[in-house]
Structures are given as C-alpha cells and as structure tokens.
Design a protein around this ligand. Structure first.
Ligand code: XLS
Ligand code: NI
Ligand code: NI
Length: 444
C-alpha cells in the first residue's frame, strides 16, 4: 500500500528474549549462569564481561570451507540487491542481539556494507548502512565495542595491505581505514582493532621484512594521527596471530606485538586484543598471552573462542570449557578488568550447525561459560588459597636479602661476598604443581 512500509518480519520467530533462569532450568534457550545484573566483586556481570557479537561470523558466515559450499540456512538472505540485503541484515542483527541481551557488537567495514565498484561507491554504501546502524544502536542501547577494516579479502591485498610491496595498495588501505575510523567514530565505537590480515610473508627471499614492518608502523601512526584529528578517543588494539593466511604474520604473539609497538613509539596508543585460538596457534595458552600483556600494561580486549586440539587451524569455535574461561577471567580480574574492551565472540557455529537457532545455542553457551569462569575466578580470589600458595613459593623475596636485591641495593660483588661466606644457597623447596592444580579443582 502506498505510503506505508511493511514491517520487517521477525528473523527468529518463536525465539523469545533469552533470560537468566538459573542452573537448574530445563530450558536450553535460557542462561544458567549469566545473570547480567548479579554483582561479582561489587560490579554487575554485564560490566565485567561486556559481551560482543562478531558481525562477520554471526551474520556473514556461510559455512563454506575449503572443501565445500555454504550450508547456513539464513531465510532472511533473500535480496538480490546487495545494499538492500545489507540493510535487511541490520534488522536481523539487532533482533538477534536484543533477544540475546548483549551490550556490544564488532564489525569489519565490509561485513556491514558491500564493497562497491569504486572506492567512493564503497564509501557511500558504508555511509548508508552506518546511518541505519546508528538508528538501531540508539533505539536498543547496544553499542559498538570496536570497528575494523577488512584489508585481506579483496585481491588487491594479495601481498598484504600496509605491508604490500606496492605503494598504491598501502595508499588504498589508508583510505579504507580512514573511512572505517570515521564510521567507528560516528557510531561512538569504544575501540578500533588492527589485525594483520595478510601482513606477513610466504617467502623471505622475495620479502624486505624491515621495510614492510616499518611501513606497518607508519600506517598505524597515520591512524593514530587521524583519530586525534577527528576527535576519536576510542582505544586502539593490535590483535596477534602467528600464521594463517600467511606462513608468518608480523603480529605473531603478544611479546612480538608489544616489542613492535615500543620500537616504533606506538605504546601509548595501542593495547592488545587477544584471541584464544591465535594464542594456541602461537604455541601459547590464552592465559600466557593475557598474563604477558597484563604484566606489561597492554591488556585491552579479548576475542573469545577456542580451537580444536586435533585440527591445526583457527577453527574459531565457541568457548564452552569452564577451566579455560576461569583461567581467562582470573587473569583479567587480576589486571583490573577489560573496559573499555570486552569479550567479543570471534567464533562461528560449525558448518554442520546450520539452523538459525544454533546461533542462539552457541552464544548462550559461550556467555554461560564466561559467567561461570568469572564467578569461579572471583571465588578463588576471595578465599585467596592460590594467592597464599604463590606467596609462600616466593617468600624468600620478603627476607632481608630478597628485599635488598629487589630494591636494587645489591650488586654482583656484594652477592658474591655473601655467598662466599654462606657457601651454598638455601635448599630448594617443592614447586607443588599438583597441589596448586588440586586446589584449583576444588572450585569446580
Ligand atoms: C582472524 C581474526 C579477525 C580479527 C578481526 O583470524 O581473528 O577476525 O579479529 O579482523
Ligand atoms: Ni579475532
Ligand atoms: Ni581468528
């Protein structure tokens, strides 16, 4: 009928708003542990966890893999016109996020709006979708945790973006990130992420590594400068990943990234966005990466997912292992929390889980696993048993000698003198690893 617009039909009919029903509920479309308002260490769970939905996996994931075609049933993907389809998807995304009860989402520019035939057409697509995202954010209260740019899918980025051997590609990537920053700023984004994409190499013989890494730093400085120019005060993050798609990514792990940031004078502007599956690809535990970033003052945000121990790539599965989420939340609490960062589910439903309702099961499971990790970690901190064992292990550092060494008043000479008199160091004490592990299991 002329003059009236047809309301968009619900994308998830029959799925109500997901509520906290407690551990004994039989309803699998309910939270057992995530109770947004419940206080943990004096703050609501929602503020500790700051859950975000990843637009790329949840609304753009098709289920295709190197061996097979898309499998996902997404009844709302009906429009032939790419821009109209993108606009429809915004409705779906906000319906999903409101029903799920998450406070945040994250996207790459090309997830939300289709790339056009020219840069200016891509810009205008993005502008159009941004206005719709803004309206939906305002109406729902859902916020943008961070934005980013896809600098890896288009063939122009075959050799990388900021680290491409071709200056024109660097320039194009700069134009794309400038726009992505404009959009993130317009949407009040709390952060902006750099993940390397294809910033790395396949072969060192054809690569000038020094030049490429210098260019990456130049690129990040330009982003920081531009953010200042437009008044974007969100947090910048660097997301480590050791390989995939290249055999070596320059953002290998936290230690590598932090060294890069300090070398190039970016340490005041950029923190880490740490992803579980990337940590394991680097041969680390997530806890290691969090601890390393935390102790250096670079802990920013996390991409929550998990890999499969028998599949050697970034499978981006939803996290359900409570031991893992406890390790994560224990370390995060130790370093004072994530805000303005959060817990972004950089995770996708399995190719075999192709129905829309699976998106709910996946996120509910991840949120509950993190809520349990949070409460267990808080209980561990409250009774202090692990902390006490740790202090006992390091007790000698509170002795007069330990204090003098830590305060810098001892030297090699003075210590040699002391040990020549003493003749031998005190006997070593047991590390008690099994005891620590047993104590941790008492909380589960
Ligand atoms: C890919 C990365 C990517 C970043 C955002 O492995 O995890 O999704 O999080 O560009
Ligand atoms: Ni990620
Ligand atoms: Ni990943």
């Amino acid at each position: 009928m002329a003059g009236t617009s047809t309301p968009t039909p619900e994308a998830f009919p029959g799925i109500p708003k997901i509520r906290f029903e407690g551990p004994t509920t039989k309803n699998m479309l309910a939270f057992r542990h995530y109770n947004a308002d419940a206080l943990v260490e004096g703050r609501p769970m929602r503020d500790h966890l700051r859950f975000a939905v990843a637009y790329w996996h949840t609304f753009r994931g098709t289920g295709s893999d190197p061996f097979g075609a898309p499998t996902m049933l997404r009844p709302w993907e009906t429009h032939g016109n790419v821009l109209t389809a993108a606009m429809d998807r915004v409705e779906v995304a906000f319906e999903f996020m409101e029903k799920l009860g998450v406070g945040f989402y994250c996207f790459h520019d090309r997830d939300v709006a289709p790339e056009g035939n020219t840069l200016s057409e891509s810009h205008s697509h993005l502008d159009a979708v941004t206005e719709s995202l803004k309206r939906h954010q305002d109406a729902s209260g859902i916020q943008l945790l961070w934005g980013t740019a896809n600098l890896f899918s288009n063939p122009r980025y075959v050799h990388g973006a900021a680290t491409s051997p071709q200056a024109d590609v660097f320039a194009y990537a700069a134009a794309q990130v400038k726009k992505a920053l404009d959009v993130t700023h317009r949407l009040g984004g709390a952060g902006y992420v750099f993940w390397g994409g294809r910033e790395g190499y396949q072969c060192l013989w054809n690569t000038d590594m020094k030049r490429e890494v210098d260019h990456l730093a130049k690129f990040m400085h330009m982003a920081v400068d531009y953010a200042k120019e437009i008044g974007f005060t969100g947090q910048f993050y660097f997301e480590p990943k050791p390989r995939e798609p290249t055999k070596h990514q320059y953002d290998f792990d936290c230690a590598t990234c932090i060294n890069f940031l300090r070398t190039y004078g970016l340490e005041k502007h950029v923190k880490m966005n740490i992803e579980t599956n990337h940590a394991t690809l680097a041969g680390h535990e997530m806890q290691h990466e969090l601890e390393y970033a935390g102790m250096q003052g670079f802990l920013g945000s996390i991409d929550a997912n998990t890999g499969d121990p028998l599949v050697g790539w970034d499978t981006d599965q939803f996290p359900t292992n409570i031991y893992l989420t406890t390790q994560i939340m224990y370390t995060i609490l130790k370093y004072g929390g994530l805000a303005p960062g959060g817990v972004n589910f950089d995770a996708k439903v399995r190719r075999e889980s192709f129905e829309p309702v699976d998106l709910f099961y996946a996120h509910i499971g991840g949120m509950d696993a993190f809520a349990r990790g949070l409460t267990i970690a808080a209980a561990m901190r409250a009774d202090g048993a692990i902390q006490k064992l740790l202090e006992e292990r390091y007790a000698s550092w509170s002795s007069p000698l330990g204090k003098r060494i830590e305060s810098g008043s001892e030297t090699f000479r003075s210590l040699e003198k002391e040990m020549l008199v003493k003749g031998e160091a005190d006997a070593c004490r047991s590390g008690r690893q099994e005891l620590f592990e047993n104590v941790i299991n008492t909380y589960f």
